[in-house]
Ligand binder design. Structure first.
Ligand code: KG4
Ligand code: ZN
Length: 350
């Protein structure tokens, strides 16, 4: 069964083709991505209207590229999947509209996929795929959540951020330091040259006793520190970056360990853009190996948004018989869509 996946929830247009034959993990045949980062950089963040317009320009050429690279023709596609939410409404509508038109033209069914389910399952495409059950640390630009995952479609929220996401904390702090958008990778690179103990920054909710996060206070502390430094900021930027990264990573690691202890599970899956962070990976690996916990990550190039995770999630849901394929081609998108809501809908296999 060939599943074409289209991702357009934010500032990356991603298209991919997977083969979801039998019950094995769907195999990625090809994928193509266009990142709009350069376009949004001039504005210091994503401009939703520009994002939508660019998705329109990219999605069909990327689809053509994916089919050519996989050596398949569109008529062989069995299902067209797209990101239904959460994300920017206009951007989502482009992917949904194109997926439904394409499916209608081909006479094939469509399927709307939850973006975070895509992230969460993306490590299944890695050379070291996880096994269920596991705890997932979802750390993206818009979300920071710990989930218990017993099988495809079974997502129990253990804790989440009460304000900013971890990626947002990286991006907003980076912006205060004058780094380009999106700040996460830039801040991480600058931090390599800095001293992480140079500034004492808060670790919000570290000892709250639950699995929730809060990063808004950290951003304010970085702002206060940057103001205090004034002209000195330029020379001390690497130290401030290293201290900020250390604070975010420490909270993510400690809360992940607490989730492992609470659930008693021995597998941790890390997904979403911040999962590409090298310090987070090294600290999690070290802490988890001491506790006999296996940690799984997506391949680095599949940490941030991509079409492969959408095609994969669609394929895995179909294999688990969680979705009824639609062939009526009317669509809606869900800019706000808690993953737990999807899990509730997935309780009864169809
Ligand atoms: O998952 P993603 O591509 O998009 C969302 O669904 O939000 O995540 C993007 C986020 C951004 O905040 C970006 O700064 C962050 O992931 N990010 C990083 C790194 N690479 C991407 N943050 C820290 N270190 C990195 N290496
Ligand atoms: Zn994402």
């Amino acid at each position: 069964m060939l599943v074409l996946g289209i991702e357009s929830s934010c500032d990356e247009t991603g298209v991919a083709l997977v083969n979801a034959a039998g019950t094995g993990v769907p195999r990625l045949l090809s994928h193509a991505l266009f990142s709009q980062i350069d376009m949004h950089q001039a504005y210091g963040g994503v401009v939703p209207e520009l994002a939508s317009r660019d998705h329109i320009r990219r999605v069909l050429p990327l689809t053509q590229q994916v089919m050519t690279e996989a050596g398949r023709s569109l008529s062989e596609v069995d299902v067209v999947a797209y990101t239904r939410g959460p994300g920017l409404a206009g951007a989502l509508l482009v992917g949904a509209g194109v997926a439904c038109s394409l499916a209608a033209a081909l006479g094939k069914p469509v399927m709307g996929v939850h973006h975070l389910e895509g992230h969460l399952l993306s490590p299944f495409l890695s050379a070291d795929p996880p096994e269920f059950p596991f705890v997932a640390l979802l750390v993206s630009g818009g979300h920071t959540q710990l989930m218990r995952v017993d099988r495809v479609g079974s997502y129990e929220l253990l804790g989440e951020t009460i304000d900013d996401a971890a990626g947002e904390a990286f991006d907003k702090s980076a912006k205060l330091m004058g780094l380009p958008y999106p700040g996460g990778p830039h801040l991480a690179r600058l931090a390599l040259k800095g001293d992480s103990a140079a500034f004492k920054l808060p670790r919000p909710l570290l000892h709250s006793g639950d699995l929730d996060f809060s990063f808004a206070g950290l951003k304010t502390a970085v702002l206060t520190q940057a103001k205090k430094l004034g002209d000195e900021l330029e020379q001390r930027k690497a130290d401030l970056a290293a201290s900020t990264q250390a604070a975010i990573v420490e909270v993510l690691v400690k809360k992940s360990l607490a989730a492992m202890a609470q659930t008693g599970l021995k597998r941790l899956v890390v997904a979403g853009g911040v999962g590409a962070n090298a310090l987070l990976r090294s600290q999690l690996n070290e802490a988890c190996s001491k506790r006999n916990i296996r940690v799984h990550y997506p391949e680095l190039h599949l940490c941030t948004d991509n079409g492969a995770m959408i095609a994969l999630a669609a394929g895995m849901r179909l294999q688990a018989r969680l979705d009824t394929l639609q062939s009526h081609y009317t669509f809606d998108v869900k800019p706000r869509w808690p993953l737990a809501e999807l899990a509730a809908e997935s309780l009864e296999p169809t």
